[in-house]
Design a protein around this ligand. Structure first.
Ligand code: PEP
Ligand code: MG
Length: 571
């Protein structure tokens, strides 16, 4: 079988060789050696190759992600040159006449255990560095390839079990033509990152890493969710044609870049973008975004060894606000947890991380982390049109606590003589059913709602957004979702507030007519979805769609909803 079906995660067609991103088998045998000098030479060579790779990765991280993200690699380089670690390995080879693999492993394990048990965060971070670095050195001793996504310098399609958001952030889109993974869904964070990098992706293929080898030719069809392994010439030709059609289509869409988003009958809605870093703002501009509806700040905290400082954050927020001018920028406070981990916080592993200690729950307990972020945001607020949004709000009490801390920090800054904008709207993500159900009570206290359907759907249907086995239950058009969304919009409007949506559903061509019918004010989506959405909305009559509202809300299944929308909108 040369074709796999997965979930279309990011539009476009990619045709290139497979690059497997997986930690290789690093098992080794313990051996006695006679020529200990030769063994020490092998170690030195493996250390040298590792150093030169890390230098390159560091340089890449510095130019593409900034100095702070490069620091982690400086720490790794220090480990590789540290005589306190390297000399004991060499001594062990010499005195015990053992192979370099064994000496490296024994010595590294000893230091890791020693540092991990220390009551000192700095030393525990060093343990993590040693762990990371020894894997790379071990791979070079064993002569196996260690994957370096940042160093890819030829056109490839990355295949992997899954990509962490920080793996994805390292991919150089000049060379990485696309990616495909075994697990994940359209709303897993690797898929979201693929869309912001504008790289075609198919996730959730179940077993691409078993079906394809490194070097196999692949076609990734991110439009229809297909992956073809070692395609025939005919298949390549037909996909090249599809690729060209897609490029032409993009040029058509681009004509609407500077046009407002108005329905056929003259209603205006706001089409804004989801971003993860200040670098993404360029894509928002190129795709005609009318603002930023969700700035996921987690990426500032990821791919590093420690929390970002107040100044680092201030610079990132200021950069986004300045680039966006007077357009609105909704910044979400830290939403760590679920599939976004911060190893340096050393949080205990949980049975159900999506239902666990995360986002606002963590911020309210670790208010040192929260206050630093809020101060950075408040300081940056004078540079643009900032709105602050709290994630994963389950109860009114959480919102009140979070807002009280924000006001305290505002007062502190004012007392310190630092200017803070006076009209920052403060809103919440609605991604937990309890909040959607009592949206009326929330609407009296918040300035806006942004419906996070990526999570709202998984919590409402009890279907993990990352798990392709239950992806059939992950139903954006389920009438339960439509009724919750409707409830939130009505609640907002009853109090004169606005309601947006920043889950992926906001950019979906079947959902868009429904959301127009329900009266959504702001649609926030991957930047690349903005122009197709604008094109679609200009052809829809909001009045006509609104006349179907009660019918849609009364339907019994997602299929019924979808068929109805397809029929009414010729899709
Ligand atoms: C936008 C959302 O947040 P995230 O995808 O970051 O969880 C959501 O849950 O819909
Ligand atoms: Mg969410």
């Amino acid at each position: 079988m040369n074709q796999l079906t997965g979930i279309a995660a990011s539009n476009g067609i990619a045709i290139a060789k497979a690059y497997k991103l997986a930690i290789p088998d690093l098992s080794f045998s313990n051996e006695k050696v006679e020529d200990t000098n030769a063994e020490k030479d092998r170690l030195t060579k493996a250390l040298d190759i590792s150093k030169s790779e890390l230098e390159k990765i560091k340089e890449h991280a510095r130019t593409s992600l900034g100095d702070e993200h490069a620091e982690i690699f400086s720490a790794h380089l220090l480990v590789l040159s540290d005589p306190e670690l390297i000399n004991p390995i060499k001594d062990k080879i010499e005195t015990d006449s053992v192979n370099a693999e064994f000496a490296l492993d024994e010595t590294a394990q000893m230091f890791i255990q020693m540092f991990e048990t220390m009551d000192n965060e700095y030393m525990r971070e060093r343990a993590a560095d040693i762990k990371d670095v020894t894997k790379r050195v071990m791979a070079h001793l064993l002569g196996v390839n260690f994957p370096n996504p940042a160093l890819i310098d030829e056109e490839v399609i990355v295949i992997a079990e899954d990509l962490t958001p920080s793996d994805t952030a390292q991919l150089n889109k000049q060379f990485v033509q696309g990616f495909t993974t075994n697990i994940g869904g359209r709303t897993s964070h690797s898929a979201i990152m693929a869309r912001s990098l504008e790289i075609p992706a198919v996730v959730g293929t179940k077993n691409i890493t078993e079906q394809a080898k490194a070097g196999d030719m692949l076609i990734v069809d991110g439009i229809d969710g297909k992956v073809i392994i070692n395609p025939t010439e005919d298949e390549i030709a037909s996909y090249q044609e599809k690729q060209q059609q897609f490029e032409q289509q993009k040029q058509e869409w681009a004509k609407l870049k500077d046009e407002p988003t108005v329905s056929k009958d003259g209603s205006h809605v706001e089409l804004v973008a989801n971003i993860g870093t200040p670098n993404d703002v360029e894509g928002v501009m190129n795709n005609g975004g009318e603002g930023v509806g969700l700035y996921r700040t987690e990426f500032l905290y990821m791919g590093k060894n420690e929390l970002p400082t107040e100044d680092e954050q201030y610079n990132a927020y200021k950069s986004v606000l300045e680039q966006m001018g007077d357009k609105p920028v909704v910044v979400r406070t830290l939403d760590i947890g679920g599939d976004k981990e911060l190893p340096y916080l050393e949080l205990p592993k949980e049975m159900n991380p999506f239902l666990g200690y995360r986002a606002i729950r963590l911020c309210l307990e670790r208010d040192d982390i929260f206050r630093t972020q809020l101060r950075a945001l408040l300081r940056a607020s004078v540079y643009g049109n900032l709105k602050i949004m709290f994630p994963m709000i389950a109860t009114l009490d959480e919102f009140r606590q979070a807002k009280a801390i924000l006001l305290e920090e505002k007062a502190n800054l004012t007392n310190e003589g630092i200017k803070v904008s006076d009209d920052i709207e403060v809103g919440i993500m609605v991604e937990i059913p309890s909040t959607a159900v009592i949206a009326r009570q929330f609407a009296k206290e918040v300035d806006f709602f942004s419906i996070g359907t990526n999570d709202l759907i998984q919590y409402t249907l009890a279907a993990d957004r990352m798990n392709e086995r239950v992806s059939y239950l992950y139903q954006p058009y389920h009438p339960a979702i439509l009724n919750l969304v409707h409830n939130v919009i009505e609640a907002a409007h009853a109090e004169g507030k606005w309601a947006g949506m920043c889950g992926e559903m906001a950019g979906d061509s079947i959902a868009i007519p429904i959301l127009l019918a329900l009266g959504l004010d702001e649609f926030s989506m991957s930047a690349t979805s903005i122009l197709p959405a604008r094109t679609q909305i200009r052809d829809l009559s909001k009045k006509e769609l609104a006349s179907y509202k009660d019918q849609l809300l009364g339907m019994s299944t997602a299929d019924e909803v979808e068929a109805f929308v397809r029929e009414k909108t010729n899709q």
